[in-house]
Write a protein that binds this ligand. Structure first.
Ligand code: COI
Length: 355
């Protein structure tokens, strides 16, 4: 591959790995290897490798620690019933990483290199791809400013890594509906900001409102746009969709402040091809609450790579608290999408990439 492998001198034993794979959560254990390559201004990218997983040595002056110049991706590798291992639309993530990197003044890593970095890592750690229901190997590519310099500038030294984490469900209760707190005090992103980019700062800014949501007894926070403060944007780490009683599915249109989720885009395609009406439009919170109360909206769900597809059962905010009881279409979408990802259904789109 493009990322030559240096094997870990101390890989987990078969027993240790089996132990880990028997009790999976999200994002807390990692495989034996990781990808690394480094960019320097003038030299470009060099030193592509798959190397033993381990702690990084980083200067305390590394720019990322001070100014947050960083971007990342999330993508999964799935084991099919015949034992083969596949990823889902790696080129989509590679393209989005480029878009994010550009906004954060980070260098572009060629799409073929990003795809190769995923493939070469999963090949090295194939035994870590779990095979249980809803399980996968979550791949986390990320790129950050490692230059030791406290001046505020686009770094001249940048590192790219990919780590891999065998994972179970992000929400531990599967398709059990989650509850949402709509924050009216905080916004995730602003016009001209970094909302469309997958950068750590967007998630950092979601943490305090997420704590507020937890304090209200909710699983996730939902953000409104910062200009009118009335329209739905996205949740803390996933997009949101609404199902009308007539079967139409609606999702906030991309305004530059919303992350264009790969799961969001795949669902739009699947639903459209299934003959359903799908609309990307402005969705006001007031309208949504009214529509849930009147029964015009029957389902609301969240979607993302980590979260997959999860129904929302309750929407709360400063002056409203509504229950959402339906999840039929949500389940249908969940089953169709995961059917393709896990190889139970045919993939007419060429979305699955065999390793
Ligand atoms: C994803 O991979 O779905 C993410 O958005 C990252 C994080 C919320 C786990």
């Amino acid at each position: 591959g493009r990322f030559p492998l240096t094997r870990s001198p101390r890989p987990a034993s078969d027993d240790e790995r089996a132990q880990v794979l028997s009790d999976l959560h999200f994002g807390s254990v990692f495989t034996d290897h990781m990808v690394h390559t480094r960019w320097t201004r003038g030299e470009g990218w060099s030193g592509h490798q798959v190397m033993p997983y381990g702690d990084l040595a980083l200067s305390p002056a590394a720019a990322v620690l001070h100014y947050g110049q960083e971007v990342f991706e999330g993508i999964k590798a799935y084991r099919h019933a015949d034992g083969s291992v596949w990823t889902f639309r790696p080129r989509y993530n590679a393209a989005r990483l480029k878009v994010s990197a550009r906004r954060l003044a980070l260098p572009e890593l060629a799409e073929e290199d990003v795809v190769a970095s995923l493939v070469d890592l999963v090949r090295a750690d194939e035994a870590w791809v779990p095979s249980g229901e809803g399980e996968s190997l979550y791949l986390r590519p990320f790129m950050f400013a490692s230059e030791a310099f406290l001046g505020v500038h686009a770094a001249d030294v940048v590192d790219y890594y990919v780590i891999a984490s065998p994972s179970g469900a992000y929400f531990t209760h599967g398709l059990t509906p989650i509850s949402i707190w709509v924050t009216q005090d905080y916004h995730r992103a602003g016009r001209g900001g970094t909302g469309f980019a997958k950068t750590g700062g967007n998630y950092a800014s979601s943490l305090l409102p997420q704590q507020e949501a937890a304090a209200k007894g909710c699983d996730q926070v939902c953000f409104l746009d910062d200009v009118t403060q009335t329209n739905l944007e996205e949740l803390g780490g996933m997009n949101v969709m609404v199902v009308d009683a007539d079967g139409t599915v609606r999702t906030p249109r991309l305004t530059g402040t919303i992350l264009e989720g790969g799961t969001r885009s795949a669902i739009i395609r699947l639903l459209t091809d299934a003959g359903r009406r799908v609309v990307e439009e402005t969705i006001s919170l007031d309208g949504l609450v009214q529509d849930i109360r009147s029964g015009k909206v029957t389902e609301v769900f969240a979607c993302g790579t980590a979260a997959v597809v999860v129904p929302l059962g309750r929407l709360m905010g400063r002056d409203f608290d509504v229950a959402i009881t339906g999840s039929e279409v949500t389940r249908e979408i969940h089953d169709r999408l995961t059917g393709i990802q896990y190889g139970r259904l045919e993939d007419p789109y060429g979305w699955m990439y065999r390793l």
